[in-house]
Design a protein around this ligand. Structure first.
Ligand SMILES: [Zn+2]
Length: 349
């Protein structure tokens, strides 16, 4: 009996050892799978150019407890779902500004990392006072945490873009990059009824996965030409100067309504708006800025077609142009007329 008990005690300890081994193997396997989907930043240091581009203080990687109770969007608002689209030639491309030929001093203000308590509403209120439309690039988990703020941004007529779910800087495989963007697109649609073709990569990183995924899915990858550097919380005069000294027609201004204390941005914004307005600028959304460029290009093509015709090139010159105009469909009102004129010209020939 005593022997049997000792034997059982010895076997018992073997079973416990085996059990502990199996549990630790299980944890190891889970960790391995996790690392397989997204490499930790420490294993994949950013390249030199990424280090230069990446604003150091914007890292929103922790889940934040919702401070605003989830209230579903009213049905009638969901029915009027809205597509934030961009001209075809900008889909699947990366741009930081547009070069405008005209004297139109159009500039696009953009606000990243929200929606965010307090500062998003403060910025909305300033924009409303000045009757300005801008573009907000949202972090998916912030939309989930602050749905009412997201709805307010859209209700105010502002444009929105996708800024990933976690705002990770790490290198991501395709599945993780896809999840970062699609999960955010889904929560934006569920919360506001908006589908957007605008994407801004966190930290402006173009080679860690999400930007490539966005480009292959028709998003325009929106960088910036005017960095306010507000993520470093410079003094208000410095912040204003950063924007004013870099502002140009066709520019895209980077600012932040979320991700931390944005009181300096809130304070600087009215000063920036006033100064740029006095210098003759008008404020547009990113899609509006791209549309201005698109119309300029169309007008330029029309002009060159007219020049060719008036130079006497009427023999067989216009078939391709007529087709081109016909295929453009909706656009500037006079564009369709030109198409009709050219079709008639071809028929007469
Ligand atoms: Zn950001």
């Amino acid at each position: 009996m005593g022997n049997r008990r000792r034997l059982f005690a010895r076997h018992h300890s073997i079973w416990l050892t085996l059990l502990a081994f199996a549990v630790s193997m299980g944890f190891g396997l889970v960790l391995f799978i996790e690392l397989g989907t997204s490499y930790p930043a420490i294993l994949m240091p950013p390249t030199r150019s990424e280090q230069v581009q990446a604003p150091p203080s914007i890292r929103v990687t922790q889940e934040v407890k919702p401070k605003v109770a989830l209230k579903p969007l009213p049905k009638q608002q969901l029915q009027t779902s809205k597509l934030v689209s961009i001209p075809v030639q900008f889909q699947g491309t990366t741009f930081a500004d547009v070069k405008l030929n005209s004297q139109d001093k159009a500039i696009a203000l953009t606000f990243d990392d929200g929606p965010w308590p307090k500062s998003t509403e403060q910025i909305l209120s300033i924009l409303k006072q000045h009757n300005i439309k801008s573009t907000f690039f949202w972090i998916g988990q912030n939309v989930q945490n602050y749905p009412q703020l997201a709805q307010k941004v859209v209700a105010d007529g502002q444009n929105v873009g996708n800024h990933t779910w976690h705002h990770w800087y790490r290198r991501m495989n395709e599945a993780t990059a896809a999840s970062e963007i699609e999960r955010t697109a889904a929560v934006i649609f569920k919360t506001t009824g908006v589908r957007t073709l605008l994407f801004r990569p966190p930290g402006g990183l173009l080679h860690n996965g999400p930007a490539d995924y966005a480009k292959t899915h028709q998003y325009g990858v929106v960088m910036w030409s005017v960095d306010s550097e507000d993520y470093d919380r410079p003094s208000v005069p410095r912040l204003v100067k950063n924007v004013l000294s870099r502002a140009k027609s066709g520019g895209i201004v980077l600012m932040h309504d979320g991700g931390g204390d944005r009181s300096h941005t809130v304070e600087a914004l009215p000063l920036i708006i006033d100064a740029l307005t006095k210098s003759g600028y008008r404020f547009v959304t990113v899609p509006e800025l791209l549309e201005i460029k698109n119309k300029e290009q169309v007008a330029l093509k029309d002009k060159s077609a007219t020049t060719q015709r008036s130079a006497g090139g009427s023999s067989g010159c216009c078939f391709e142009q007529a087709q081109e105009h016909q295929s453009k469909g909706s656009g500037a009102g006079d564009q369709g007329n030109t198409g009709v004129r050219e079709r008639q010209l071809f028929t007469n020939n």
